[in-house]
Every structure is written in C-alpha cells, then in structure tokens.
Design a protein around this ligand. Structure first.
Ligand code: FE2
Length: 331
C-alpha cells in the first residue's frame, strides 16, 4: 500500500481540527481517510479536506463510523451539498436515506453510476454499512476519468463524438433470471413506474475537476443514432476499458464503514456472492448538475417532460443548472 501525502486540516486558534490522513488504496482510485468522525458538525477545514480527497481519489472510505444514524448521515451529507430523493423509489420514512438491502433485490451486480437515467444525476453518494454478511458482498469502483484518459487517441475522439440514451426501464428479468416474483413486481411498480429516458454525452467534462469522464453503465440503452449490434459493440468496447481490474478498487465492508464516491467520475458494482446472507446499507445522494459534453452540449431529458416531484423533498436530477466551466482542477 502506498501512502499518499497526508492532507492535514488547518487548525484555527479556537477550534483545533484533528489531523486528517489520506492513504491511497489503488493506483487509479480509492483512499482511506482517518482522523475524521463524520457528523453534521465538522469544521469547514475538515469538510474541505474530505472533499479534496474525494475529488482526487474518486472514492474514499472511513472505518468505525458506527455512531452515525439516519439523521447524522443526512446531516453530514448536507456538508457536501443538497441531499436528493430517488426519482421513483420513495424512502420508507420520508427521509433522504435510501435503503440498499439484499432482501429488496438490492444486489447491484451491474456496473453503473447512480441514477444516470435523469439529467442532473447525483454528484456524490454516501453509503453506510449497517449489516454485513459473514463473507462476500464487497463493492468495486472503477475510475471513469482514467478509463477515458487511457483510451487510444482515435477511441477518445470517437467517444467524444457520441451521445447515449440512459433509462431506468431496463430488462430486469433478463439481468436477474433468479429474481422472485415479488422482486420483479417491485421493479415494475416502483423502480420503473415512471420511465425516464435521458440522453447524455458519452464523455462528460467534470464540473469541478475539468477531467473528461466516460458516462456509461448499466442504465444505458443505446448509443444515439446507432442500432442493434453496432450500439452494443461500441458500448462493450468502452465499458471494457472502464472495468479493467487495474482501473478498479475493491472494498471489503465492515459494519460502521462509510464510502463516499464521486458519482460523476466512477462506476460501481456490488458483488453478489454472499448467498442468502443479509446485507444492509443506507445511501444518501447529493444533488448533481446537468452534464456537459466536450462540445458544450448538455444532457437532455427525452421523457417524461420533466422530473416529477417525489413524495418527499427534492428529486435527484431535478436540477436544471449545467456547469461547463470547471471551478477547480485536480491533477
Ligand atoms: Fe449504485
């Protein structure tokens, strides 16, 4: 394991902040942050150090955050931006915390970025582990910025010229042949109740770092303007570069762990290898902005006419602002 330069929080005369250490986990992405007890009351310097590490390393991990509950998880989320509700799945208690439970069919064993079927899909996801199986159930993340950066130049050029249609109405039954009828019913009646179609650029300019990232994953239906095998083959070609083992990091969960990822620069995959053991996590997502392609064109919602208001709060993807100019650049 390589140790990255620590990012100490700046102490002030009245509120000395603890030392924040950032330790790199993989060559392309991932870092463990120590010296932070997550809450809604963190010093601004600590929040800035976490955010900087998140933008640099794409996914950051914290051990031992067992003190967090739904309230403090959400309160911490507010330090990174505005929590948003899932566009179709209402939370059980009217809060922003979204359950990722194995018994709800929540085994996300497909590479994806969260909620890309709406234009302004979440910028960050904050996932907290509350029940972990005795084995398996790891999550993998892939860096979509290095995936683009390492493409041969002709493929970079091709990718930047393409747009792709994302939808939540994918073939659930084909992807989960062992799903029980209740899971299929829940998918149709809740997750895909409103059928979203959104066209995104295949290469997005990251609004905070200026990096170019590949915007693909499980919610992609097709490359715009292509059909059938041409579309599938091109998607497979680019996705293969994202999923290369060298381009990923893998996390073995413990109860009390928190992972935060930059959903604009990563895909993730929940490994479904813990048999029938229960696995429970809670996710808070933070509002993103409308993606902008290299040519300046923004993502567009094709259907429905607008993102409907959820039963509670602000819908993920409801933002209409697009940020084409990066506010900062990380190496
Ligand atoms: Fe996910």
């Amino acid at each position: 394991m390589t140790t990255a330069p620590a990012t100490p929080a700046t102490a002030t005369a009245t509120t000395p902040a603890p030392t924040v250490t950032v330790t790199k986990l993989g060559g392309r992405l991932g870092a463990v942050i120590e010296g932070v007890r997550l809450s809604g009351d963190l010093a601004p310097e600590t929040v800035a150090a976490v955010r900087a590490a998140l933008l640099t390393h794409k996914v950051v991990f914290f051990r031992g955050q067992d003190h967090l509950d739904t309230d403090s998880h959400e309160a911490f989320g507010r330090l990174l931006g505005t929590p948003v509700a899932h566009p179709t799945v209402p939370s059980a208690d009217g809060r922003y915390s979204f359950p990722i439970n194995s018994d709800y069919g929540g085994r996300a064993n497909q590479w994806h970025s969260d909620v890309t079927f709406v234009p302004a899909y979440p910028a960050f996801s904050i996932l907290r582990a509350t029940k972990i199986p005795p084995y398996g159930g790891n999550t993998l993340w892939a860096n979509t910025a290095t995936a683009y950066e390492n493409l041969p130049a002709p493929l970079q050029e091709l990718a930047t010229s393409l747009r792709a249609v994302h939808s939540n109405d994918y073939d659930y039954a084909a992807l989960r042949p062992d799903a029980i009828p209740e899971q299929l019913q829940r998918f149709r009646d809740v997750f895909a109740k409103i059928k979203f179609l959104t066209e995104h650029p295949v290469v997005r300019v990251h609004p905070e770092t200026g990096e170019r990232t590949l915007l693909l994953g499980n919610f992609v239906q097709k490359i715009s303007g292509l059909t059938g095998r041409d579309s599938r083959d091109l998607l497979e070609l680019f996705q293969r570069h994202i999923e290369r083992p060298e381009n990923t990091v893998r996390w073995q969960w413990q109860v009390g762990d928190v992972a935060i990822w930059d959903n604009r620069a990563t895909q993730h995959y929940g490994v479904d290898d813990s048999d029938d053991h229960e696995r429970k996590l809670a996710r808070v997502t933070i509002d993103g902005d409308v993606p902008v392609g290299v040519d300046g064109r923004t993502s567009t919602l094709l259907s429905p006419d607008s993102v409907p208001e959820p039963e509670h709060g602000i819908a993920s993807g409801a933002s209409t602002a697009a940020t084409g100019t990066p506010t900062s650049v990380v190496a």
